[in-house]
Structure formats: C-alpha cells, structure tokens
Design a binder for this molecule. Structure first.
Ligand code: ADP
Ligand code: ADP
Length: 230
C-alpha cells in the first residue's frame, strides 16, 4: 500500500522559480525511500510539501489516502516526524525534556512520558541515565542528531521525513549513525523519506532511490542497485 502519494505535484515559488515540476510517485508503507539529486533540484521542497511547511501550487499529496490539504496541520505533523540537518533542539531544555516535548503537549502522564523517553534514548543509542539531564550544548553533533531522531519518533509517527539528517556529522560518526538508523528503521517499520545529496548514503540505507534532476523532475525511481549501475 502507498503511505504517501505525490500526484502531479508542482511547486512554483512566488518569484517564479519552479522547484518541483509535475512530480508523481508513491512512497510505499514501511519503506525507506531516498530522494537524491543535485543541489537545487527540489528535494527539500518536495519533503516540506508533505508536511505543509511549503504549500504546493498544483497537484495533490495524499498521506494514507488522505489529501493533506484536508487535514489540520497540527494533526498532520503529529503523524509525520521531521528531522533536519541542524536539528533545532530546544537549547534550554534537557535531552529528556526535548524528547518529551510532543508527549507533554499531548498531555501524556509523567510515567508514560518517562517510559517512552527512556525507550527512545535507548533506541538511538544514548543511555538515558547518562544523557537525559544534559543540555544540547553538552552533546556532540552526532549525539544531537540522535536526540533529534528520538524526538521525532516520540509519538510513533507512521511517517518520518528526514532532510540531510546526518549531514553535519563527521564521516566516522555518520557511518555509525547510518548503520544504527538502518537498524531502527527495520525495528520500527516507519515509512521514511530521506533527502540526501550523498548517493552512498542513499544506496546504503534506502529500499528505493528517487533521482530528481534540475528543475524538479523525477528522473528515476528504482532499487539502489539499478541507480548505481545507471
Ligand atoms: P534541494 O533541496 O534539492 O537543494 P530546494 O528544494 O531547496 O532544492 O530548492 C529547489 C529550487 O527552489 C532551487 O532553485 C531553490 O533556489 C528554489 N527555492 C527554494 N526555496 C525557495 C524560496 N523560498 N523562494 C524561491 N525559490 C526557492
Ligand atoms: P517536570 O518538569 O514535569 O518536573 P522533568 O523536567 O523532570 O519533568 O521531565 C520531563 C518529562 O520527562 C517528564 O514527563 C518526566 O516523566 C520525564 N523524565 C524525567 N526524568 C527522566 C529520566 N531520567 N528518564 C526518562 N524520562 C524522564
């Protein structure tokens, strides 16, 4: 089944830039789909249309069969986790409080929130007792990205959008994060759309790779092996 459907999606920014041009493709439930292509080809725009940080100009996007323009944006963003390169942790909140943000907004009780936060920190490889009380500035870049992933997964969204999530991490740390993320994805079965300019990363992590070309057109959508040999 399709988790996300892009149906003839076009995005023209107010200055006339066509960032995405007649894009149609489906993201299957539980798959990890990587969006690759040269800088400026519309990867981020595509991702940000799916959670309505950017409004599309024409066409339709469906999440689990529902047109996203028919869903209230707060409800939509609860169903869609979002992780970006500079993950934007709240600087005056501890690791625990950062991860607990959405559960607290949803009014979860302390016990449930505490249990969930502990579980998520373990999942992303951070010992809750060691890291829970630290502030973002007391973490390495890789640790911050892990917290960002944990925070995005807090309420178990069926869909996770990631925009260069490991881009700010050093090469060695990036490899480790990629390996762990692949394990997490297998374990949770969350549908993931991963934007990256790093073809190696896409090949290593993705079930299928969508290649965009300049002007925001879909060039190819195939399993990683076919993309490599193209
Ligand atoms: P990518 O993520 O592949 O680098 P983007 O989606 O960021 O590509 O950008 C696609 C195109 O849209 C680029 O030409 C970019 O300059 C343009 N663009 C992005 N954001 C805006 C904006 N807010 N206003 C006008 N043009 C934009
Ligand atoms: P409060 O501000 O309500 O006193 P805290 O700031 O201590 O709560 O923690 C925020 C949330 O994280 C709470 O819901 C709490 O249950 C949970 N929490 C607190 N400490 C930990 C911990 N060490 N590990 C996991 N969860 C915790």
């Amino acid at each position: 089944a399709a988790a996300i459907v892009f149906d003839h999606v076009l995005k023209e920014y107010p200055d006339g830039t066509v960032a995405v041009d007649d894009l149609s493709f489906e993201v299957r439930e539980h798959e990890l789909l990587a969006l690759v292509g040269p800088s400026g080809c519309g990867k981020s725009t595509t991702l940000r249309m799916a959670n309505r940080l950017v409004e599309l100009t024409s066409g339709r996007i469906l999440i689990n069969g529902e047109d996203i323009t028919q869903v209230d944006t707060v409800a939509l963003r609860r169903r869609i986790g979002y992780v970006i390169q500079h993950v934007g942790l709240f600087p005056h909140r501890t690791v625990t409080q950062n991860v607990a943000t959405v559960p607290q907004l949803l009014g979860w009780d302390r016990a449930r929130t505490r249990a969930r936060v502990g579980e998520l920190l373990e999942l992303v490889g951070l010992d809750p007792d060691h890291y829970g009380r630290r502030y973002p500035h007391e973490l390495s870049g890789g640790e911050r990205q892990r917290v960002g992933v944990a925070r995005a997964l807090a309420v178990d969204p069926p869909v996770l959008l990631m925009d260069e999530p490991f881009g700010a991490v050093d090469p060695v740390g990036r490899r480790r994060l990629q390996a762990e993320f692949r394990r997490i994805h297998r374990e949770l079965g969350t549908t993931v759309v991963l934007v990256t300019h790093d073809v190696d990363e896409a090949v290593r992590l993705a079930d299928r790779v969508a290649v965009l070309s300049r002007g925001g057109r879909l060039e190819q959508l195939a399993p990683p092996v076919s993309v490599l040999s193209a």
